[in-house]
Design a protein around this ligand. Structure first.
Ligand SMILES: Nc1ncnc2c1ncn2[C@@H]1O[C@H](COP(=O)(O)OP(=O)(O)OP(=O)(O)O)[C@@H](O)[C@H]1O
Length: 290
């Protein structure tokens, strides 16, 4: 499969005024076309920070000290003094932030949100054209066109999340970074959203996805590959079945054994809290499976 994304040597630090927090520490990840890379790791391990840097939306107090992002062979330096072309945001890489469905303006109908997104990229687009394109996309992905006329509160949680996902990909980004898109949904709405994301990939609406979640069972159904983060670093990365069934790094093994709905291989293992471990154990070198 063709290479889609090379994100290399990314270092992101929060300058807090007191002690700086190194949230992403020299991380390199690669994604091929058609892949869903799941980012896993405990709270605070740096998943959201890495996602925001790759989506080009890092803002102070977060500073990108260095890193490069290559998408489809085009290279962009990510350092804070490097100018990022407007055309990359939303159109080359788009982020669906955590809680997006609850942060959309309650006073705007979906059609207005759609127009705002389309217009941010193409100042000349008419309302009619924006609506026509959105209606086509919404219908193609199995939602009723009436969602365009709805206010956010009129949609169910699952419908709202599917709608914001569609809006965030209206510009056909090459890469979608979705941060905890399923965490506020019930199990059946999670399933529908995951099916829609897969459908969008099949239809080439986007060419690859970074899917950030705490939820390892969800990740094993959606991700083709998983990268496990621990204290700002990727400690293990590989195909999903290898990470789930044969993890090598001690932290990945601990993370997998903490899953409450374990894979068969883990069903007889005592569930161990992360606090039972000596953290120095996790300082083992990163394991990258091809
Ligand atoms: N605005 C901020 N200022 C200072 N430190 C921050 C800020 N935002 C995040 N951090 C710190 O950066 C580190 C990485 O946080 P991040 O939110 O990226 O982790 P995460 O793995 O996404 O966690 P979660 O799963 O809880 O969202 C943590 O130590 C966090 O406390």
């Amino acid at each position: 499969m063709a290479n889609l994304v090379n994100a290399e040597n990314i270092r992101g630090v929060y300058y807090t005024g007191a002690k700086d927090v190194v949230a992403v520490n020299d991380v390199t990840i690669k994604i091929n076309e058609g892949e869903v890379l799941g980012l896993a790791g405990e709270s605070g391990s740096g998943k959201t920070t890495l996602g925001s840097i790759i989506s080009l939306i890092a803002r102070p107090p977060l500073h990108v000290e260095h890193g490069t992002l290559e998408i489809d062979g085009k290279v962009q330096q990510l350092g804070e003094y490097d100018k990022i072309p407007r055309s990359w945001r939303g159109a080359v890489v788009s982020m669906l932030p955590q809680g997006a469905m609850n942060s959309i303006s309650p006073t705007k109908r979906v059609r207005q949100l759609v127009y705002d997104v389309m217009r941010s990229h193409d100042r000349k687009i008419s309302k009619d054209e924006a609506m026509e394109r959105a209606r086509d996309r919404i219908t193609m992905l199995g939602l009723p066109p009436r969602v365009l006329d709805a206010y956010p509160h009129q949609l169910s949680g699952g419908m709202k999340q599917r709608t914001v996902t569609i809006i965030s990909t209206l510009l056909n980004p090459r890469l979608l970074v979705a941060d905890e898109p399923t965490s506020a949904l019930d199990v059946s709405s999670q399933k529908v959203l995951i099916e829609m994301l897969k459908d969008m990939l099949d239809r080439r609406i986007m060419a690859g996805v970074i899917f950030i979640t705490h939820d390892l069972p969800v990740l094993s159904t959606v991700a083709t590959h998983i990268a496990v983060m621990y204290q700002g670093r990727v400690v293990e990365k590989g195909p999903t079945d290898v990470i789930v069934n044969d993890p090598h790094h001690p932290y990945t093994r601990a993370l997998m054994s903490s899953v409450l709905v374990p894979e068969p291989k883990y069903s007889n293992i005592r569930i161990e809290g992360m606090r039972d471990f000596d953290r120095s154990e996790f300082e083992a070198p990163a394991v990258i499976h091809s």
